[in-house]
Design a protein around this ligand. Structure first.
Ligand code: AMP
Length: 358
């Protein structure tokens, strides 16, 4: 169902025979396994049924930044609804997730509609003809896809190809009024939810099972592997896999790609550092550590006993406070609390540390 001519099936699957001579393939994507799981566990009785999953995928691609042979995805699927609002809901979910975990990043949402399966079949024929007529101007890689998978030529990165693609017939011209109206409704609702969209008439996605709405969330900060989340409708797929004839829509996010952007954000410093004067004070330090983490504060302690070094480490790590446990102060159950932003220093009792920090 991924499509015999899709890149994943043609070049990227890890398929091998195990000791029992069974043929195995490592999971390259998550939508079809989720559908199989839903079918075989009888989870498609109350529709729409909404699921999420997370796990490792394997594709034999050329590794580079953001593209690995073993990677993790988190995916969300909505089985059983053709309503435009199922599209809006699931795209909004992706948008909310990205806003929450990458609040400072500019991420764009590209969207397109592929129409129904027939539209797509007809379009492939029209495209093949168009590219055949222009094959002298195409790269050899694209020429090899003219008959087998002309849709893939649309997202070729080759400059010459791009020029030909720019003038190619558009799929939107084949789509029925009814389908275009629901696509329009989806776009309007997304805008109402403050989601900025870029319509990309050449967005087709790599797997054959997509139809109607397709979308990708992209960042321009992580190089050529810039798609963070990709998804779309796959009406017909559940039926093809042996389930009811019900529609579906979903998306998958690449966790490593999200992490590339998250690592880019300034790291949250451990807010509070601990420093002790000599090893006998370690038991006091662990008590303070325990007390502060129980109160949801992040605490860093390196178990060493060199106040000067601990102070310079704390300022290097941009900590907010340092609690200093010295011999003399400790006799009185006192600690030195230093505010590293303004340099203020106070002597506080154990019970007062939290209040002062807050
Ligand atoms: P796809 O299943 O191809 O639609 O991919 C969905 C998401 O998974 C992409 O947007 C990427 O974030 C991530 N992804 C896909 N392939 C890889 C890979 N080889 N390495 C890392 N992440 C990937």
């Amino acid at each position: 169902p991924l499509g015999e001519q899709s890149d994943v099936v043609l070049k990227e699957m890890y398929t091998f025979t195990d000791r029992n001579e069974d043929e195995l393939t490592l999971r390259p994507e998550y939508t079809t396994p989720m559908i199989r799981a839903a079918i075989s566990n009888g989870l498609l009785n109350n529709l729409p049924a909404k699921f999420f999953g997370t796990g490792q995928m394997f594709r034999r691609e050329r590794p580079q930044k953001g593209r690995y042979r073993q990677f993790n995805q988190i995916n969300f699927e909505n089985f059983g609804s053709d309503d435009s609002f199922a599209d809006v809901e699931i795209i909004n979910l992706a948008s909310q997730l990205l806003k929450k975990i990458l609040p400072k990043k500019s991420i764009s949402l590209n969207i397109n509609t592929l129409g129904n399966r027939e539209n797509l079949q007809d379009y492939k024929k029209i495209l093949s003809k168009y590219f055949k007529d222009n094959q002298n101007s195409l790269s050899s890689e694209s020429v090899s896809k003219i008959d087998s998978n002309p849709l893939r030529i649309l997202d070729s990165k080759n400059i010459q190809d791009k020029e030909i693609v720019l003038k190619c017939p558009k799929l939107i011209e084949l789509i029925s009024k009814k389908d275009l109206n629901s696509y329009e409704e989806i776009k309007v609702c997304l805008k109402d939810l403050d989601i900025t969209i870029f319509e990309d008439l050449n967005l087709v996605r790599g797997l054959d099972y997509y139809c109607h709405t397709v979308f990708e969330f992209k960042s321009n900060e992580i190089g050529s592997q810039d798609t963070l989340i990709g998804g779309g409708r796959y009406n017909g797929l559940i039926n093809k896999l042996g389930g009811k004839d019900i529609p579906g829509i979903g998306w998958a996010a690449g966790i490593e790609r999200l992490m590339l952007l998250m690592n880019d954000s300034p790291t949250t410093p451990e807010d509070i550092h601990l420093a002790i004067q000599d090893p006998t004070l370690k038991k006091h330090a662990i008590k303070i550590h325990d007390y502060l983490i129980k109160n949801n504060l992040s605490v860093y302690w390196n178990y060493k006993y060199n106040i000067k070094k601990s102070l310079s480490l704390a300022s290097e790590k941009k900590a907010k406070f340092i609690v200093i446990i010295g011999e003399e102060e400790n006799i009185e159950n006192n600690y030195i609390l230093k505010n590293l932003y303004n340099g203020e220093q106070k002597i506080v009792k154990f019970e007062e540390i939290l209040d002062y920090i807050k």
